[in-house]
Ligand binder design. Structure first.
Ligand code: ADP
Ligand code: MG
Length: 257
């Protein structure tokens, strides 16, 4: 049965999508069967795997709003061991359309439960908001992986984030856990980055991954080529870091089980 993990931080631009695309590609590269779910209307995970959002027969919108069967929506990416449930721009309207539907917080959970047996890991890329798409994601998953950018105000909003996780735990998903915290966009030349690492480790205690993702221009370039970093430039610092993170992630996860 797949472990289902949301990549979540309500702040935008902290490295959620970059972590989703590259961690899932690296975990798949280690021989795990992975499904990636893009529930962000921006669809950056979808294009990050080289899938054209304008040419889709179905997207996650059809699952959330019209209850089209999840198996009809899954597409195989060109990368080994990775399937994708793509997003489309229509999804932007779904937040409002969902309000008047039945069991509106649990639609994604129901759908994911149908495919849990097919994968080792399912990763969900959340939008940078606390609307119904995010609530659906947090209700559907076993745990949350939180990327934090090594920048000023890194911890700003973190108490709200932990609050949201707590609320969902109390009302919709009692077994929701924090999988881990990934520090991203680290710049070793600045004292600031080093300070942020200390602060975040202090706040999250043992939950922070030892592997830190550096700021690396190849990571920023790869999405425009529709490629995860290990296929775009597997010698880059970014590729090395995400491969190391995948190893650490799998090791910790498989120890737990
Ligand atoms: P989010 O999904 O949280 O909004 P993204 O993953 O889209 O954040 O990252 C925001 C921007 O920063 C993107 O343009 C992305 O390419 C870039 N980026 C993310 N991580 C890195 C990194 N480690 N090094 C360089 N650029 C990065
Ligand atoms: Mg994103």
């Amino acid at each position: 049965m797949a472990k289902v993990i949301a990549i979540f931080n309500q702040k935008g631009g902290v490295g959620k999508t970059t972590t989703n695309v590259n961690l899932s590609a690296c975990v798949a590269n280690k021989g795990k069967k992975v499904c990636v779910i893009d529930i962000d209307p921006q669809g950056n995970t979808t294009s990050g795997f080289g899938v054209d959002k304008t040419q889709l027969e179905y997207s996650i919108y059809d699952l959330m709003i019209d209850e089209v069967n999840i198996r009809k929506i899954i597409i195989q990416t060109e990368y080994e061991n990775i399937d994708l449930i793509p997003s489309s721009s229509e999804l932007a309207g779904a937040e409002i359309e969902l309000v008047s539907t039945n069991d509106r917080e649990r639609k994604l959970r129901k759908a994911i439960n149908e495919i849990r047996g097919d994968y080792d890991y399912i990763f969900v890329d959340c939008p940078p908001s606390l609307g119904l798409l995010t609530i659906n994601s947090l209700s559907a998953v076993d745990s949350v992986l939180i990327p934090i950018q090594c920048e000023y105000y890194a911890l700003e909003g973190v108490s709200q984030l932990m609050n949201t996780i707590q609320l969902v735990k109390q009302s919709l998903n009692p077994s929701l856990e924090v999988q881990g915290v990934v520090l991203s966009m680290f710049d070793g030349r600045t004292n600031l980055s080093i300070q942020v690492v200390d602060e975040v480790k202090n706040y999250f205690k043992g939950k922070v991954y030892t592997t830190i993702i550096p700021r690396n221009v190849r990571l920023a370039e790869a999405p425009s080529h529709g490629q995860p970093i290990i296929y775009y430039d597997n010698k880059s610092k970014g590729a090395e870091a995400y491969l190391e993170l995948a190893e650490e992630f799998i090791e910790l996860e498989e120890d737990v089980i």
